[in-house]
Design a protein around this ligand. Structure first.
Ligand code: GLY
Ligand code: MN
Ligand code: MN
Length: 440
């Protein structure tokens, strides 16, 4: 189950059609990042670079030049080196880049300063993702300087520098059949991990041990990494939105919030479930949990072609505000409370984001100043929550220190939507039932 060479080629072609004639796009591979001293972080290719090439090695630059006679896709990459390969493993090398990755031309990365100015020269527009990689910005400027230094000899520097993101990220927003298949697989593996987490959960376990259940399932299923650092927050830790320390003991009577998803073939899943450590919800936990679940259902109902991006969020806000009114945490009229965002101390984030090669995937949320309309092929998360801080003022003690989020990945379809992560239960009864079957 992989993206085919043909699909990578189609993506490049789509992008080049949007760029138009007399233009060139330049994309750098992700840099290698040091973890400590001489140990690097595991390498992960930049998502834009991967999307257009499937090439997963560092120290590479891809160039797309629509209409170039000698080929439109040029790849600069590391040269083969038996000595280095003995230590660090396989290197594709320019001589194999054509056959394996469809490059029309390939050169050693060490020759880029001599060759790239010549590829840019004479183009009107240069597309690149400016401002996201300072080193690369400097390099592009140095190549332009080389061209400018030769204007008296007839060299033509480019006239316009264009942000590549607009076209490229719009393409990435619409998932192909194959991408949807991969995202379904990412969703399935992650959902299974959540079921295993619910089964393994018990008081006395460390949060990181529960995290280990998820990571093990990811890795056993071909996902060498999660798509983002997992959040495993027991009790009040669930009220810290980006809690990733995962270092406390799970306690009887608390809920645990687990936000964990795998990366499968470069595609992310992003699931949150919140469940009782003991396997049974307390009455207060039930009330708040059901509120979040109802908010999620209302939001998912809005995920359909023609809805705009913010409609699911608005639906979730209404349900949560009404719920907080019903239990006396908020007081006043629903419409006033919504208008003045009275829910914000307890629900401070948005209801979702695009999902794809990146967990917070690319793609614009507004177009021409208006919320974007949802269209088939887009994938987003729907993840409302309620977080009552342990020191929340003017709120009965019984509600404090409870944090709940429920998150699923949803594909917009022609008819409405499809939930990619529904293999893990979220109804109160279903969670309690599943957890009651735990052994030991
Ligand atoms: N896991 C990050 C998020 O839910 O947005
Ligand atoms: Mn998310
Ligand atoms: Mn998440």
């Amino acid at each position: 189950m992989q993206i085919s060479a043909k699909e990578f080629q189609q993506r490049r072609q789509h992008l080049m059609a949007l760029m138009g004639e007399n233009s060139v796009a330049i994309l750098p591979a992700a840099p290698v990042r040091t973890r400590n001293r001489d140990v690097d972080h595991p390498y992960r290719q930049d998502s834009d670079f991967y999307y257009l090439s499937g090439f997963t090695e560092p120290q590479a630059v891809m160039v797309l030049k629509p209409g170039r006679k000698h080929g439109e896709f040029i790849l600069f990459c590391r040269e083969r080196d038996p000595e280095r390969e003995l230590w660090d493993g396989y290197i594709t090398g320019p001589e194999r880049a054509g056959e394996l990755f469809g490059a029309d031309d390939a050169f050693p990365i060490n020759d880029i300063n001599d060759i790239l100015p010549g590829l840019i020269e004479g183009c009107d527009k240069v597309y690149y993702s400016m401002g996201s990689n300072q080193d690369f910005d400097n390099k592009v400027m140095s190549w332009i300087k080389v061209i400018r230094s030769k204007v008296r000899n007839g060299a033509q520097p480019p006239n316009e520098f264009m942000v590549l993101d607009h076209f490229l990220h719009d393409l990435r927003l619409y998932k192909s059949k194959k991408e949807v298949q991969l995202m379904k697989q990412a969703g399935k593996i992650s959902a299974e991990a959540h079921v295993m987490g619910m089964r393994a959960c018990r008081a006395g376990l460390w949060e990181y041990q529960l995290e280990g259940v998820y990571l093990n399932h990811f890795i056993q299923n071909g996902c060498r990494s999660s798509a983002y650092p997992s959040i495993v927050g027991g009790g009040v830790n669930a009220c810290t939105l980006h809690y990733i320390e995962n270092q406390d003991k799970l306690r009887e009577g608390d809920l645990v919030l687990v936000d964990a998803g795998c990366e499968y073939q470069y595609y992310a899943a992003d699931i949150t479930r919140t469940y009782p450590v003991s396997g049974v919800f307390s009455p207060e936990q039930k009330v708040l949990y059901q509120m979040v679940l109802d908010a999620q259902a209302a939001a998912i109902k809005q995920v359909k072609p023609g809805s705009h991006w913010d409609q699911p969020h608005q639906a979730a806000i209404e349900v949560i505000t009404q719920g907080l009114l019903d239990i006396g945490i908020l007081k006043g009229r629903l419409s006033d409370l919504v208008a003045k965002e009275a829910y914000k101390p307890y629900y401070m984030h948005k209801t979702g984001h695009w999902l794809g090669l990146d967990v917070h995937d690319v793609g614009e949320y507004k177009v021409g100043g208006e919320w974007r309309l949802l269209e088939p092929g887009m994938v987003l998360t729907v993840e409302p929550g309620i977080y009552i801080a342990p020191n929340a003022k003017g709120i009965a003690k019984k509600w404090r220190g409870i944090g709940i989020r429920i998150e699923d990945d949803v594909l917009v379809t022609k008819e409405g939507c499809e939930i990619l992560t529904d293999q893990v239960p979220k109804e109160i009864d279903a969670i309690e039932q599943l957890m009651s079957d735990r052994s030991g």
